[in-house]
Ligand binder design. Sequence first.
Ligand code: AG3
Length: 274
Amino acid sequence: MDLWYTEKQTENVGITCKVKETLHAEKTDFQDLAVLDTLQFGRMLVLDGMVQATLADEFVYHEMITHVPLFTHPRPQDVVVIGGGDGGAIREILHHPSVRSATLVEIDRRVVEVSRRFLPEISGGLADARVTVRYEDGIKHIAGAKGRYDCVMVDSTEPVGPAVGLFSREFYQDIYAALREDGIFVAQTESPFFNQDLIRGTFQSIREVFPIARLYLASVPTYPSGLWSFTVGSRRYDPLKARLPEKLPFATRYYTPAVHRGAFALPAFVEALL
Ligand code: AG3
């Protein structure tokens, strides 16, 4: 018998993958959580019916959410990830030699535990001595962390359920305050095809809070529409003017200095949202 999983991405569009095996499924205190083994994309983490990461394409998202801000900042030392319980962003952050602490603030402990068990390729970095995992509300953590971080990354789910507050202007203000005076922040901000109001709204708020606001893009096949956006808010360093190393100090599969620069070249319909 063939087994297929469909994520309904909008009212009228879905992505459907043939499933080899359902490795795990549960209802946590916060959301539905599942790990599927798919034929096309390998193991896949699904939260509330939405694909968060697959072994085949997670490198795009995790390299782009981390290396763009971390190579923009000349010497990032203390980094925090809000959400991101799969550990993919942490894995990439740890490649940066200047980083001395990487804190993961995940509200749902089960996402971390299940990722550790079924997705070690993604979550492996969580065992590193520089990493602290805190199971708490990211909004409260940021509100209580004045001037503590060089970089804040918001690696959230969509703005439904536990992640709603992570897309608010008040939260961006608290992030500004949680950063050192030259700190930089990045958030995943959804699809420019399907989430135009969200992109417009978050960009507007981030621009009101930070002196520098920039949007960039990357191609993630398993996310809605396949084209994904990230928004940077920065207190001093402009990711467009970053002095990037000619040769990276570690191996990557998507991020390169040329991709960094190119990711900020926006198609006209995206530019028009800002
Ligand atoms: N967080 C953003 C995933 C959003 C995908 N949306 C969807 N499938 N409808 C990814 C977290 C990875 N660490």
